[in-house]
Design a protein around this ligand. Structure first.
Ligand SMILES: Cc1ncc(COP(=O)(O)O)c(C=O)c1O
Length: 373
């Protein structure tokens, strides 16, 4: 059996008529950039989050750095995030001219460790950027408390956690802004690139809307800006998909339960841990081999048996060759948990259209692993 890692085509086949109708609607409207479909999707997205504003931009990386610029952040300002995230979290800080400060993650959830954040704060610290890694909310209450104590901005990197929730907080409730990615493999993904920002602050909304459109909010009137807009075609596709996000997350959670039950006897693996009461939406189902020396052997075995397992992320940001390429960065040690995670992580197939047979085959294959001595 072959078990794929992504299910985009299966998802499209399951809702072809809905997506095709939106694409036609946009094409026939004659307006493709900042047109009516983008406006409609932004309104739906804001209502879905229970936040005042949603602003569509070109991708999740732009969502982050445009937000940093809208907050007036730049050279000399330190922004704290975890070292075990996708590269773009730090990259966006560098694009904005800021200093990326990389700290350790929590041993169990792999989200940012509030104690490590506290240790990293200096006079130059301006913002904390927690990542809802793998689809689980970062400990936002603890992060908010630190931010209030030191007068810092909080920008959530929510590229991976759309539809996730904390125990008694929603995404966006405890921060200044939330940045989203709609690249195809995300839980809400388009057929290409896309991104958005959620915020309750009118000044962030106004500033980002101008920045994304050549510094313009009125025809022929410009200040310095960029071109980073969410096309109406993508907005239409995402609008059709947004209606399904709840049921897709529920299916991801059900698959995670199957993995949890089936793999609990595998003493060579650590399984993902959801914080009690949190809605973890499993953008990725990331297991770790207890012994980092086993990781590549198990990954190779899975791939040879038709299971398209991968790694997220096998090289922590500060371990990338050439880091930090002349950019301003600070690493706050120890980074023991982030480095252990990089050395031992494996992502198992996880998408809503995965069949129970594929999940059970993956479980059986892992359980039957003839662990090399
Ligand atoms: C945690 C995280 N931050 C930022 C990004 C950047 O998003 P994009 O690829 O849309 O620029 C991604 C995903 O790609 C991500 O996973």
């Amino acid at each position: 059996m072959n078990v794929p890692f992504y299910g985009h085509v299966r998802q499209y086949q399951g809702m072809k008529s809905e997506i095709d109708a939106r694409i036609q609607e946009v094409i026939l409207s004659g307006q493709y950039v900042q047109g009516p479909m983008l406006k409609k999707f932004e309104e739906e997205l804001a209502a879905y989050a229970g936040l005042k504003y949603a602003i569509g931009v070109g991708n999740g990386t732009d969502a982050l750095w445009l937000t940093f610029l809208s907050l007036g952040l730049g050279e000399g300002d330190e922004l704290i995030t975890n070292a075990n995230t996708f590269f773009a979290t730090a990259e966006a800080m560098w694009i904005a001219g800021c200093t990326a400060v990389l700290v350790d993650c929590d041993k169990e959830t792999r989200c940012i460790d509030p104690a490590a954040v506290r240790k990293a704060i200096t006079k130059r610290t301006k913002a904390i950027v927690p990542v809802h890694l793998y689809g689980q909310c970062a400990p936002m209450r603890e992060i908010r408390k630190i931010a209030d104590e030191f007068g810092l901005f909080v920008v959530e990197d929510n590229a991976q956690g759309i539809d996730a929730r904390g125990d008694d907080f929603r995404i966006g409730e405890l921060s200044d802004a939330v940045c989203i990615s709609f690249i195809i493999q995300k839980n809400l993904g388009t057929f290409g690139d896309g991104g958005a920002i959620w915020t309750n602050h009118a000044y962030i909304n106004d500033k980002v809307r101008k920045l994304r459109n050549h510094g313009s909010s009125k025809r022929d009137v410009h200040s310095m800006g960029f071109n980073s807009r969410l096309d109406d075609l993508h907005a239409g596709i995402l609008s059709a998909k947004l209606k399904h996000i709840g049921e897709w997350s529920d299916r991801r959670i059900a698959i995670a339960k199957q993995y949890e039950i089936g793999l609990k006897g595998c003493d060579f693996l650590d399984l993902p841990r959801a914080r009690p009461g949190y809605r973890h939406v499993y953008h990725l189902y990331e297991v770790e081999t207890k012994d980092p020396a086993d990781r590549n052997k198990l990954l190779d075995y899975l791939n040879k048996n038709g299971i398209d397992a991968k790694t997220h992320y096998s090289i922590a940001i500060h371990m990338q060759e050439g880091f930090p390429w002349g950019k301003d960065a600070r690493v706050v040690t120890p980074l023991t948990n982030a480095e252990k995670s990089a050395a031992s992580c494996i992502s198992l197939p996880m998408f809503p259209e995965l069949t129970d047979e594929e999940v059970q085959y993956t479980i059986r294959t892992i359980c039957d692993w003839p662990k090399p001595k």
